[in-house]
Write a protein that binds this ligand. Structure first.
Ligand SMILES: [Zn+2]
Length: 260
């Protein structure tokens, strides 16, 4: 009798271990990036819209380093990248999406009255439950006029917003063209590291599950970004949390350090 019980317990433990191994293996694998992107964004149209008013373009792009989180497992950032650690850097730029690490600084700002009129949050960002988590209470959300647009929106001469839901419902890319012709594409968290775009390879399924992301939408966006490296090498992608890439841009004088 005891032996039968022991055998049953052993079988249950073995089955649970097997389930754990399968979940871990699937979780650390990545969704394939398709060879042809269906992400509907035309760089020609974006470039044309950026200069459509004929008004002067911005003269520089500035970045403000906010904080750094070290010890993020590399395998959660680029699938199959091993178990080393990478640092996650946080920069203040245009709001690409409604995650707390990108916009909570606005909700908790001591100068909110001053900045509120200059903050542009889209309808999707304000309606997302993630905005609530970032500190945008119903009362606070009521103070902002939601920005509504379809695919592309000219925010300022030289600055075009490109709708790209996937990482979050309110994710958008930000195209910037400066007066001297330099071009940037702020990709937010569609990629967490420039390797995601370069390879191209997504972060693993586990990260999609935790973040509630639309992996298929992100895969097509990533392939679009990957194609741009070849078709528009003069366009500099800016990956929100990639400190090494930002350091490189700062060193080369492409982006200026610190807000004015
Ligand atoms: Zn995010």
């Amino acid at each position: 009798m005891k032996r039968t019980l022991r055998r049953r317990v052993g079988l249950v433990v073995a089955a649970l271990l097997l389930v754990l191994v399968v979940v871990a293996a699937v979780g650390l694998s990545d969704v394939n990036v398709p060879e042809t992107s269906r992400f509907d964004a035309d760089l020609g149209a974006i470039r044309a819209l950026a200069v459509s008013t004929g008004a002067p373009l911005p003269t520089g792009l500035r970045s403000q380093h906010v904080s750094r989180a070290s010890g993020v497992p590399h395998a959660l950032v680029v699938a199959g990248a091993g178990f080393g650690e990478v640092a996650f850097d946080f920069y203040a730029t245009v709001v690409t999406h409604e995650h707390f690490d990108h916009c909570a600084g606005i909700a908790h700002s001591a100068s909110l009255d001053e900045v509120a009129s200059r903050v542009h949050l889209t309808d999707e960002q304000l309606r997302s439950p993630l905005a609530e988590e970032a500190g945008f209470t119903a009362e606070l959300r009521a103070r902002f006029t939601p920005l509504q647009y379809e695919r592309l929106h000219l925010l300022r001469p030289g600055v075009v917003l490109i709708k790209a839901p996937g990482h979050t419902p309110g994710t958008q890319l930000v195209y910037v063209r400066l007066a001297d012709g330099r071009e940037f594409l702020l990709v937010g968290d569609v990629a967490w590291h420039q390797d995601n775009i370069r390879l191209p390879r997504m972060h693993p399924r586990l990260t999609h599950w935790i973040g509630g992301e639309d992996a298929q939408a992100m895969a097509h966006q990533l392939q679009w970004l990957h194609d741009l490296l070849r078709t528009a090498p003069e366009l500099h992608p800016v990956v929100a949390h990639d400190g090494a890439q930002m350091q490189d841009y700062l060193r080369r004088g492409l982006i200026l350090d610190g807000l004015l």
